[in-house]
Design a protein around this ligand. Structure first.
Ligand SMILES: [Mn+2]
Length: 338
């Protein structure tokens, strides 16, 4: 169970930093997902409710994927380019990173590291080592937004649960629990979901636009990728790859691969699904989903120190080009199933 009271020392430090500071930076690793977006927006709202005069800036290496731009307050998220255009200072007193480590924060890393106080709010079991001043990490939280919600309801913040704030928290919950389906869906998560729904926001819209809706290009990318999927290790592993050329040929975006791995994973008899994705840099991003026989977070970590995630859903980023990655990864993964 997530209990913000377990973080009383960290909360006291965060309060002190907020009382002293004037400018707050919120960031997250690149390729923001629903939990990352929800957590960033919720932290912004939580701080601004308590300190309306603070300058709070959400800055990400990449813009939010288009599917999240319907979210209330998403217009406040900036990139280094759009922020530079405002002419404002890149100096912040407090830097907060949510839902993943600084190693994947891209160009925002430098700005974050220059902050007087650095804060890490996350729920991942494995995260890269970095000497954050304040660490608020709860592996039992289903989503970073669940943890943020509990922080927001402490006496210091006492954030009102209005329908905007509810949407931020809810988006993270449905994203990281797969619509209350994965094993991280605790009774407390369902109770939190119910509490959020009481604000009357359009949860159908948040679910459909934030999770399910696809562009036509994305639909074509999905159908092509699924058609190329191959079984491995007597059908216990399924895998597929997406190259930059494929992406271009369908005029699809990088984040259009969202959801493809779920379809691979839900193939009868499959224990682990793997999606290889060629990044524009030539590196390969690997996503894993596991029924549980293989701890894919540990496996991702074995492949590279940049790998990690959860036991049943994890990712890694390798130098190896897409064409060589299956031969490198699949035999090692199959050995884990033995
Ligand atoms: Mn998350």
């Amino acid at each position: 169970m997530v209990d913000a009271r377990g973080f009383s020392r960290e909360l006291a430090e965060l309060e002190t930093a907020l009382l002293r500071g004037k400018r707050v930076l919120i960031t997250a690793p690149g390729s923001a997902d629903g939990d990352s977006v929800g957590a960033q927006l919720a932290v912004r709202k939580m701080i601004l409710h308590r300190f309306p005069t603070l300058e709070v800036v959400i800055l990400n290496d990449e813009p939010y994927p288009p599917r999240y731009t319907f979210m209330p307050d998403s217009q406040f998220a900036m990139t280094p380019e759009s922020y530079a255009a405002t002419g404002k200072s890149k100096q912040f007193d407090l830097g907060i990173i949510v839902d993943g480590g600084l190693d994947r924060a891209g160009r925002v890393r430098e700005i974050f590291e220059a902050c007087h106080t650095t804060v890490f709010i996350d729920h991942h079991a494995v995260s890269a080592k970095y000497n954050y001043k304040i660490r608020i990490v709860d592996q039992h939280a289903a989503a970073t937004t669940e943890l943020v919600f509990h922080l927001s309801q402490t006496p210091f913040f006492s954030t009102p649960i209005d329908h905007h704030f509810a949407q931020h928290i809810y988006l993270g919950l449905i994203f990281d629990t797969g619509f209350f389906r994965h094993s991280n869906t605790t009774p407390e998560v369902m109770e939190l979901g119910a509490r959020l729904l009481k604000t009357g926001f359009d949860f159908t819209r948040v679910g459909e636009r934030g999770m399910l809706e696809r562009t036509y290009e994305s639909l074509m990318l999905m159908s092509h990728t699924l058609a190329q999927a191959r079984l491995y290790a007597d059908g216990r592993i399924i895998w597929a790859g997406i190259s930059q050329d494929t992406l271009k040929s369908f005029k699809a975006h990088e984040d259009d691969r969202e959801g493809i791995i779920d379809h691979l994973f839900l193939t009868h008899g499959v224990e682990v699904a793997v999606l290889f994705f060629e990044l524009p840099t030539g590196r390969t991003k690997i996503s894993f989903r596991s029924q549980g026989a293989v701890d894919v977070a540990s496996f991702a970590r074995e492949l590279t120190e940049r790998g990690g995630g959860h036991k049943k859903a994890a990712g890694a980023n390798l130098e190896t080009p897409l064409k060589d990655v299956p031969d490198l990864v699949l035999p090692r993964l199959a050995a884990k199933l033995a």
